[in-house]
Structures are given as C-alpha cells and as structure tokens.
Design a protein around this ligand. Structure first.
Ligand SMILES: [Fe+2]
Ligand SMILES: [Fe+2]
Length: 276
C-alpha cells in the first residue's frame, strides 16, 4: 500500500455507512497514519468499526480548524486510540467560535474542555507554521489569503470579551501528502478559500504537481462568479482526482462535476482511495 485515504465521516454516506454533517478522513502512508478531523459526533468511530479500522495504530490527529463538525468526534476517537496521541492544530482553535443567523447565534467551536481531552490522551501541538508529521505528510500551516475573490463565510464569528467579531479563521489548515507522482491535498473546510489553500501548497512544495484534491471547499455560500473562478483556477492544475466533500454545496458540485468530468467524484463516508 502506497497511500490509502479513507473518509470516515461526511454529510452523505455510501451504502451501509452512517452520514453526519461534518468531516473525518484517515490517511495511511508507508511512514504514518494520520486522522484529519473527527466528524461531529459518533460517525467516524461507527464507520471505522464497519471498515475494521483500528484507531490505536494512528500516529497523529490533525484538526483542520475548531468547528464542532470537525472536532466533536474527538472524545470518541480518543477513547479508541487508547494512548497518548499528538493533536496538531493552530493555536486559535481555543477561541470560542459561533455561527450567527440574524438575532440568533449558536456555539460552533470545540465542544470539549482542553483538560478533558488531555485526560483521554490528547497532547496538543499548536502551531501557526507548517508541521512535518512524517516523511510524506505535513500540514499547510496558516493559509495566506491571496485571491481577490475568496472571502470568509460572513455568518462565522468569534467571541472576544463580550463582543462577536467576524472570524478570520486563521486556524484553517489542510494536509499535504507526498507521493512519487506529486502531491495530494486534503482539506477540512478550506474556509480561507480552496484556491488560497492550493496556492499555499504550491508555495510549500515550490510549485510541484498536485494530482489529487479531496475534502471540503466551502463553496456552499459562494457566488456563481466565485465558483466559476475557482473551477477555472483548479482546472489549470491538471488534476487527476477531485473528490469534493461536506461544505462544497450542491451548486458548486454541479459546476465542478461538469467541468471535471471523470476526474470529479463526491467524496463521502465510506469512500476509500488507494494510490499505488
Ligand atoms: Fe468549518
Ligand atoms: Fe465544516
């Protein structure tokens, strides 16, 4: 096995698997096993059981950002890991996050106290910088926003003192897997923009070929213009696989499916990709 990517939790699911709003993707390479995100609640563990995946063998957990639909499964996952495990994330994950709808707001951050997760074996390794987990897996670190058309979802806020302020989502990051052919980019929500994320990876890898993108693209609230620009810029990469998940949304999925043809797929719970 060269690289195996298994989606353990996603909004929709393949036959027999549990679907749940959120995301969790396991990446296995020859040198390590890394879990990106843990879904909203029990679906990652439930689906892992169906696939015979043993969490006690994972080397690290990466949190793409603090939102509960990516971190809510942490408690159940840690109970299955049953050992000290490093959790790599951005320091801003502990800032309280909210979704605001008109007059209403809902807490949307990590639903556990740090100490509780530590008592289950979590060892937090928080950094803004790219972090090399093993020979072939690293995080992007904080993602620079360089496009002029990718903006952050304006319903997302953080609480600073008593004030709600727009969330800059500085904690948003992704992981990059090196293969003989080039790189695989795996995203959580890509809140800072999928094209900005791609550009970050190009900077990190000095412009090496990205052949596969898998994960959330947060285009569900994007304008048709942004979706079009995103599709055009992604097309320039010459991707071999584009597996969208979670917060991509129906409209963007339709556009990308049309633009990318056979390269495109819906990456949902139960999807497993093995790259030799
Ligand atoms: Fe999110
Ligand atoms: Fe999300």
């Amino acid at each position: 096995m060269a690289v195996r990517i298994t989606t353990l939790s996603e909004n929709t699911a393949q036959l027999g698997f549990l679907g749940e709003w959120g995301l969790s993707i396991l990446v296995e390479t020859e040198s390590s096993k890394v879990l990106l995100d843990t879904g909203l609640s029990t679906s990652a563990v439930y689906n892992a059981d169906l696939m015979g995946i043993d969490f006690s063998t994972i080397d690290a957990i990466v949190l793409s950002h603090a939102h509960g639909d990516h971190t809510g499964g942490l408690r159940d996952v840690l109970r299955r890991v049953r050992k000290q495990v490093q959790i790599i994330a951005h320091p801003d994950i502990w800032i309280p996050k909210y979704v605001v709808y008109g007059e209403m707001s809902r807490y949307a951050g990590i639903p556990y106290a740090k100490e509780d997760l530590e008592s289950l074996g979590a060892s937090f390794n928080l950094t803004r910088k790219p972090f090399k987990i093993s020979d072939d897996i690293m995080t992007t670190g904080e993602i620079e926003m360089t496009t002029d058309y990718e903006t952050i979802d304006d319903r997302l806020f953080v609480k600073k003192g008593n004030k709600m302020v727009p969330d800059a989502l500085a904690d948003d990051l992704a992981i990059v897997v090196r293969t003989t052919e080039g790189f695989i980019l795996i995203t959580g929500c890509a809140h800072r923009g999928i094209v900005n994320t791609v550009r970050q990876v190009q900077k990190l890898t000095r412009g090496k070929y990205i052949h596969t993108i898998i994960g959330g693209t947060h285009l569900m609230v994007a304008s048709p213009e942004r979706i079009e620009k995103t599709a055009n810029e992604l097309k320039e990469l010459g991707l071999q696989r584009l597996g969208v998940s979670h917060c991509t949304g129906f409209n963007a999925s339709v556009v990308l499916a049309k633009e990318f043809g056979d390269v495109f797929f819906l990456n949902n719970a139960g999807t497993q990709l093995t790259l030799e």
